[in-house]
Design a protein around this ligand. Structure first.
Ligand SMILES: NC(=O)c1ccc[n+]([C@@H]2O[C@H](COP(=O)([O-])OP(=O)(O)OC[C@H]3O[C@@H](n4cnc5c(N)ncnc54)[C@H](OP(=O)(O)O)[C@@H]3O)[C@@H](O)[C@H]2O)c1
Length: 330
């Protein structure tokens, strides 16, 4: 897949600074690579220094220079140390990609054995990091951005308990406390062994709840920062060939990251906030997107000019492609 970025859309420079979490492999590493190829200054972070430096070396071998710092998003001390280092070294931030996540489920299995770790890493991790970095966003006219890598498994309709679904879906009244309450209730149901009968998502239950919480928090954060020069959006990369899926999937991490980078780098005047993008690579996913009431965007070919994407996205039209790739948004 080749994305052609039109010159007039290029609002960033080497002074534009991006942080990507969980970037020693998978979609995170591909996002870092894409940002570096496009001339953004990027900090590759990883919870394991050895694995992180190996990833940096792999990029150097491709002629790409990136910065590295260790960051375990589930560890408040690590977040604190990272943010202090970042403040001293860079001072200001433009783009944050909260990508790091875990799942302990095999594709067709569902266990909640590691629910606490999953929630701590996939929801509280990005939340903690985001809150620590908020004061460092540059808030320039090009607008700062947060892209949270979430999942369609975190769509609110996966909640089968109507009361919880209605609280989480109510954008007007949604609060941090309500999201925390939902997560605490889930963890307590897990502890009590009652989670199966309480209407939680049926597939990859703990992972889904973590992503529902992250999607809801993203909506809330977007609303709180509306008009302040900070956009907050979510992106589901679709079924991607990474460690998380044991290498299964309909497309590569580079494919998923190409769209992710495009969304993160949308021109300021076209940058939405509070949206949930879903990449899909086949018709059944497209049907799912339509079923969920998502607006679907498609691409005629992989060689898309960002300007065209911008134009058509703006008009909320269908754009599109030969083999089914595209993305949708809420
Ligand atoms: N692959 C898919 O089909 C798919 C679909 C929808 C959404 N997603 C989302 O896409 C994102 C990337 O996933 P992926 O598919 O690229 O999976 P992956 O290859 O397993 O990569 C996950 C990354 O997160 C890191 N990580 C885990 N816990 C961490 C922590 N506490 N602190 C910092 N880093 C941590 C991992 O580091 P280690 O190497 O040290 O474990 C790894 O670098 C995730 O948010 C995932 O939920 C993936």
């Amino acid at each position: 897949m080749i994305w052609v970025l039109h010159g007039s859309c290029r609002w960033w420079s080497k002074d534009t600074v991006a942080i990507v979490t969980g970037a020693n492999k998978g979609i995170g590493l591909s996002m870092v690579k894409r940002f570096a190829e496009l001339g953004v200054t990027v900090i590759l972070t990883a919870r394991d220094t050895k694995r992180g430096l190996k990833a940096v070396e792999s990029l150097m071998a491709q002629g790409l220079h990136v910065h590295f710092f260790r960051l375990d998003v589930s560890d408040p001390d690590s977040v604190k140390t990272f943010v202090s280092w970042f403040r001293l070294k860079f001072g200001a931030l433009d783009i944050l990609v909260n990508n790091a996540a875990v799942s302990f489920n095999e594709i067709d299995e569902n266990s909640v054995e590691h629910a606490e770790t999953v929630i701590k890493t996939n929801f509280y991790g990005p939340k903690l990091l985001t809150e620590a970095l908020l004061p460092l966003f540059r808030l320039s006219p090009s607008t700062s951005r947060i892209l949270n890598i979430t999942s369609r498994l975190g769509h609110f309709d996966k909640l089968r308990n109507p009361k919880i679904r209605s609280i989480i879906s109510d954008e007007e009244k949604l609060s941090e406390e309500q999201i925390d309450n939902m997560v605490s209730l889930f963890l307590s149901n897990v502890k009590q062994g009652t989670w199966k009968s309480q209407g939680w998502p049926e597939i990859w239950t703990d992972y889904s709840v973590s992503k529902i919480a992250l999607n809801a928090y993203s909506k809330l954060l977007a609303k709180q920062n509306q008009g302040c020069g900070l956009s907050v959006n979510c992106y589901c990369p679709g079924f991607t060939q990474t460690s998380m899926t044991r290498g299964r999937g309909t497309h590569t991490a580079d494919d998923a990251a190409a769209i992710g980078a495009l969304l993160a780098l949308l021109p300021p005047q076209e940058l939405p906030t509070g949206k949930f993008y879903i990449a899909h690579s086949n018709l059944s996913n497209k049907r799912e997107a339509l079923r969920l009431g998502l607006r679907v965007l498609k691409f005629r070919s992989f060689e898309v000019h960002l300007e065209n994407v911008r134009l058509k996205a703006h008009q909320n039209k269908v754009i599109f492609l030969e083999d089914g790739w595209g993305f949708a948004f809420w």
